[in-house]
Design a protein. Structure first.
Length: 759
């Protein structure tokens, strides 16, 4: 019998071990808190958002363009803040369910020790993952990998030490509040039940609005880092006394949370300083921390009403966003938003579309540019006609920007400088257009003898530098709450949000060479010194294109039917420069034009334009990821001139993925995979569908063009099994993959083929 009793007692002490019971109560009562941890575990395990490179923001954090002890230190510091937010939230929501805590010295500290199964598991898993990543992916030495982990642990320990010191000094237990010996002090002695007479008469217990629930039974707990203790009964203490201890602890936790929250907001004031451009992974942890603190604060104040009030608060904030109280639309820097608004009506669009004299004037203007292009590319042999090159570059974040610079530079080099010289139009989307714009500017400076060469490796290095850190920092400390900092440009006031951070970082990385106005390129394009760039971000209101160019190009937006075609045609484009001529369209910052074409959802905001109703534009890739539609329209309009004055047209496609995708397996799906399959299929095949449609259009072009049409593809090595992040941040290894793509067999074949075409 004794043996059975002993075994039962052992099982009970294991089953009612405080850390285990805390884990169970989290699953039962606070599953939302666990979702944050589940998300973090999924990110580190590379099963969440791997396509967008989110795991690398944690496994390979970059600070001041370096991955080192300091960058990991900052991530550790931020994770410690998240851990404390988790502990405080858990304590506020669950501490009162375990009344014995109030009888222990340093109740909150004891709670944290026992509530550390999940945090400690994550810390251990993170350290192992970092070591594995640094050794087997980044190929750093064992010593350097350990230094990175030590940096992470130092940041973690520093924040936790400061936080716990605060709670040690401010939190009180039942002894400090009422002079009653704790169970730890009494060594098993149970004092007699105290009379309510000895309690402070001034204390109003009714104000202690703790929800009454069944207490969770505990038999053992971790009393210190090295000892497991028995939990004693608390029946001999007044309920009100125990509640008072928790209330006092909760208030201190709320003060700590408020201090952290204010510190994060203040941090936003200094985010433009490079020292405060903390790693993007740390910024995401700050964002999670604020969400946890907000939810715990609401729960602390409202208890049982917290869920209802939180839902009502979300609806209220949603309405306030619509009234621009919390939210203000992002704007394109340099435009005039103070004067008259452009009328975005079908009648107005039709008037532009039907203005034949306007289109003829623009066609004649471009024919004059083409004539200058011909003179520039003429040779002594009058019988030889040059090839006209149209460059299409795909979206794809920083990987496309780098790949565009590398592939164009390499192709131009092996062709003896003929590629950029013979290129007339560049179109595309997102990162590819940013890379092309940067190379074009460097090329222009070379032509103006401001720099000795435009193929310097430093330029590729500049365009591939991190841009995500300041964006996520802005999201975490500014954009999700109040956008409280402004800047004035051309007497217009603009908010400093993540769109502003994007442009500032782009200019910083590129040494401000793109810090120009759109009109600043008009002269050089007009003289055919550099290629025309035609941008086509999507109008979010209705899916039309907003065609942006420093030259007048109404023929790109014209969609009228010929006389032999009886059809009610649709107007599918708007010419930016003319439509917003009264809003200083020419003065728009070129960096804003680039951002309009590269507005990745949620990362950078939609750009609102000064129209009535308000137009918002987003990433061009959603409709024409390669810019092929724009190039084909240009090709069609000037087909006669191209037939007469060139030996054909060459489309250079710079792709961030292979044109011919392998046929993937389609295994049986789980219930959740089946549920998400329609959406995943639609989004996953979006660019492939564009390829199919545009490939057909190119095939049809052979029926209305008499000359040669050549398509040359430069394809980034970006297989599904070895994906390069679709992000504004690249790891060193990902950059190396982009560099190595130059020497892929199919790309070398394409480079040599292009060289022969341009001879």
């Amino acid at each position: 019998m004794k043996s059975v009793f002993t075994n039962n007692q052992t099982l009970r002490r294991i089953a009612f071990f405080f850390p285990i019971q805390l884990l169970l109560v989290q699953f039962k009562k606070n599953f939302l808190l666990l979702l944050f941890w589940l998300l973090l575990f999924g990110i580190i395990a590379k099963v969440v958002a791997l396509k967008y490179g989110i795991p690398f923001l944690f496994l390979n954090p970059e600070y001041l363009n370096q991955v080192n002890f300091l960058s990991y230190f900052i991530v550790g510091f931020a994770l410690a803040g998240f851990i404390m937010a988790f502990q405080i939230s858990s304590y506020i929501m669950n501490g009162f369910r375990f009344p014995f805590l109030a009888t222990l010295s340093n109740p909150f500290f004891k709670f944290c020790i026992n509530n550390s199964i999940i945090p400690l598991s994550f810390i251990g898993y993170y350290c192992l993952s970092v070591f594995s990543f640094q050794r087997h992916v980044q190929f750093v030495s064992i010593g350097d990998a350990f230094i990175d982990i030590i940096g992470f642990l130092c940041g973690l320990v520093l924040f936790l030490s400061v936080a716990l010191t605060y709670f040690f000094r401010t939190n009180k237990n039942i002894y400090k509040m009422f002079g009653v010996k704790t169970d730890e002090q009494s060594d098993g002695y149970k004092p007699k039940r105290m009379s309510k007479i000895i309690l402070n008469k001034n204390m109003v217990w009714k104000s202690l609005n703790l929800k009454e629930e069944r207490d969770w039974h505990i038999e053992t707990y971790v009393g210190s880092f090295t000892r497991i203790k028995l939990a004693r009964s608390v029946d001999h203490y007044e309920k009100e006394m125990l509640k008072a201890v928790f209330i006092q602890n909760h208030r201190n936790a709320a003060i700590f949370e408020l201090g952290v929250f204010v510190s994060l907001i203040l941090l936003g004031f200094f985010r433009e300083n490079k020292l405060f451009e903390i790693p993007a992974g740390a910024s995401l942890l700050l964002l999670f921390t604020m969400y946890l603190m907000l939810s715990s604060a609401i729960h602390n104040w409202l208890r049982g009403w917290s869920a209802t009030v939180l839902i009502m608060l979300l609806f209220l904030i949603s309405m306030l966003f619509a009234s621009n109280f919390f939210h203000s639309r992002n704007r394109a820097y340099g435009l005039n938003y103070n004067g008259v608004k452009a009328l975005y009506t079908y009648q107005n669009l039709t008037s532009y579309n039907n203005d034949k004299s306007l289109q003829k004037s623009d066609i004649d203007h471009t024919l004059d540019i083409l004539a200058k292009w011909k003179v520039k590319n003429s040779v002594s042999d009058s019988l030889h006609k040059p090839k006209l090159v149209l460059v299409n570059t795909s979206g794809g974040g920083l990987r496309s920007a780098l790949w565009t610079v590398l592939s164009l530079t390499y192709a131009d080099s092996i062709s003896g400088g003929k590629l950029l010289k013979q290129t007339q139009v560049i179109s595309g989307a997102s990162g590819g257009m940013i890379g092309a714009a940067y190379l074009r500017e460097i090329y222009l400076r070379f032509l103006n003898k401001q720099i000795p060469a435009y193929s310097d490796k430093q330029y590729a290095k500049n365009i591939s530098m991190d841009m995500l850190n300041p964006i996520t920092m802005s999201i975490a400390t500014n954009d999700m709450f109040l956008r409280f900092r402004n800047t004035t440009i051309n007497k217009n006031v603009f908010k400093k949000d993540r769109g502003y951070a994007f442009e500032q970082k782009l200019n910083e990385n590129t040494k401000s060479v793109l810090n120009k106005k759109l009109i600043d390129y008009r002269f050089s394009e007009n003289n055919a010194s550099i290629p025309m760039m035609i941008f086509s971000p999507i109008i979010a209101n209705d899916g039309r294109k907003m065609v942006v160019c420093s030259q007048p190009v109404s023929y790109i937006t014209n969609n009228s039917s010929n006389e032999n075609c009886n059809n009610k045609f649709l107007i599918d484009g708007v010419e930016f420069a003319r439509f917003f001529s009264q809003q200083d369209a020419d003065s728009i910052r070129f960096s804003s034009v680039l951002r309009m074409s590269a507005t990745f959802p949620y990362i950078t905001p939609f750009v609102a334009l000064p129209s009535e109703p308000i137009i918002e534009v987003l990433d061009a890739g959603g409709r024409d990821n390669y810019g092929m539609e724009t190039s084909l329209k240009f090709f069609f309009v000037f087909k006669k001139w191209i037939e007469e004055n060139t030996s054909g047209v060459v489309f250079v496609q710079i792709r961030d993925r292979h044109k011919e995708r392998p046929i993937e397996k389609n295994p049986d799906k789980t219930l959740f995979e089946s549920f998400s399959a329609p959406i995943n299929s639609l989004y996953g095949n979006m660019f492939q569908v564009q390829d199919y449609n545009q490939n057909q259009l190119i095939q049809y072009a052979s029926s209305w063009f008499k000359g040669d049409i050549d398509i040359v593809d430069f394809q980034l090595f970006n297989e599904t099994s070895d994906n390069i992040s679709l992000s504004w941040h690249l790891t060193n290894l990902e950059k190396q993959k982009v560099y190595r793509s130059i020497f892929m067999k199919e790309n070398q074949t394409s480079f040599n083929r292009l060289k022969k075409l341009l001879e």
